[in-house]
Design a protein around this ligand. Structure first.
Ligand code: MRU
Length: 342
């Protein structure tokens, strides 16, 4: 069973994850017995969010090492690595994890298992520290805007953007969170709201297009978002819609922070324009899934029949709009990110 509030974990060579596609309506654990199943789970967003994807990818590499036939050990693992890396191209944590576990798998499968667990533990611990540093930015009576879901569901445990919120709440600060709905998959309305409800933190879901209005009315004091990949210069890929929040925050003089563990920073990527942006199926825009009165889930079309859709999953916010980066090593300006380079 998971520890309290853990999104992905391994027991032996089995990988478990909270089925996030069913939240907040149903709580189910998905169990994967092979690297191929874990790949499918990442692609279909059973687990999602950069940190959780990274942990799952590390565990998938570990599964591949245990599945690999002795006489084709290296080829098998190399092929598995490619397959895992093809699941979600934007999340840096995924590639950081596959690389680390691959190198250890070249020593032994036991080493691979140890490394995969270490990655998951490091991500969780980074979230805890992000909470402690980020709490200093949150003041009594603050109204915080966040986009998508960068809570514990997205980061193994603790979260990135929500970690400072949890910490401020634990310390007794009176706070309020606006959760952007985050179309098309509604991670804000479904997952962030679910997390905040469970934690007892006061919040409201707002339509994606309401944030500028609330900012203009001084109803938002600070914006904190997560990240999927951060280039060396600080340009940040995060869920589609982040860019417009950042531009609006600048217009209204509201601090805009990105919270992420160092595993999300990609120092080989110099500028945001080099980041690959995942394009997802048009179905996610054209259809929505929700429960009827008997809690049976149904998928319904919400767009004009016959129309097509396009669905970029992320956008890139230029570093110039970002007030600072909340990391497990402290709060840094874009010019200081080099300190995170190992
Ligand atoms: O497509 P997703 O849900 O995997 O997107 C990732 C995200 O949840 C966000 O972009 C998030 O803000 C950063 S992940 C910690």
């Amino acid at each position: 069973m998971p520890k309290n509030q853990q999104s992905v974990w391994a027991e032996g060579t089995k990988v478990f994850m909270i089925e996030q596609n069913l939240l907040p309506f149903q709580y189910q654990i998905f169990e994967s017995e092979s690297y191929a199943e874990t790949c499918r789970a990442i692609k279909e967003m059973i687990t999602r969010g950069a940190g959780s994807i990274g942990a799952a990818a590390g565990f998938a590499m570990m599964q591949a090492a245990f599945e690999a036939p002795v006489n084709q050990y290296t080829e098998f693992i190399r092929k598995a690595k490619k397959e895992i890396e093809a699941t979600r191209p934007t999340a840096r944590d995924l590639f950081a994890a596959t690389e680390r576990v691959f190198l250890k798998a070249m020593i032994s499968k036991e080493n691979a298992a140890e490394e995969a667990q270490k990655i998951a533990d490091e991500i969780a611990e980074a979230g805890r520290k992000i909470g402690i540093f980020g709490n200093e930015l949150i003041h009594e009576n603050d109204k915080i805007l966040t986009h998508c879901n960068a809570g514990w569901l997205a980061l193994v445990e603790n979260g990135s953007a929500l970690a400072p919120v949890y910490e401020a709440f634990r310390r007794g600060k009176n706070i309020f969170v606006y959760a952007d709905e985050t179309r098309p998959r509604a991670q804000g309305a479904r997952l962030t709201a679910w997390e905040l409800n469970r934690a007892g933190i006061e919040h409201a879901i707002i339509p994606d297009n309401a944030a500028a209005w609330y900012m203009s009315k001084q109803k938002i004091n600070i914006v904190i978002v997560g990240a999927d990949r951060i280039a060396a210069n600080g340009d940040t890929a995060n869920k589609i819609g982040t860019l417009e929040k950042a531009i609006c925050a600048r217009e209204f003089g509201i601090p805009f922070y990105v919270a992420a563990p160092s595993s999300t920073f990609d120092f080989e990527c110099k500028l945001g324009e080099e980041i690959t942006i995942e394009e997802r199926a048009e179905e996610e825009v054209l259809y929505q899934t929700g429960p009827d009165d008997n809690n049976i889930l149904h998928k319904i079309r919400v767009a004009s029949p016959g129309s097509r859709a396009v669905n970029p999953a992320f956008d890139v916010t230029p570093a110039k709009y970002i007030t600072g980066f909340i990391t497990e090593k402290g709060i840094l300006k874009a010019e200081e990110l080099i300190k995170l380079k190992k």
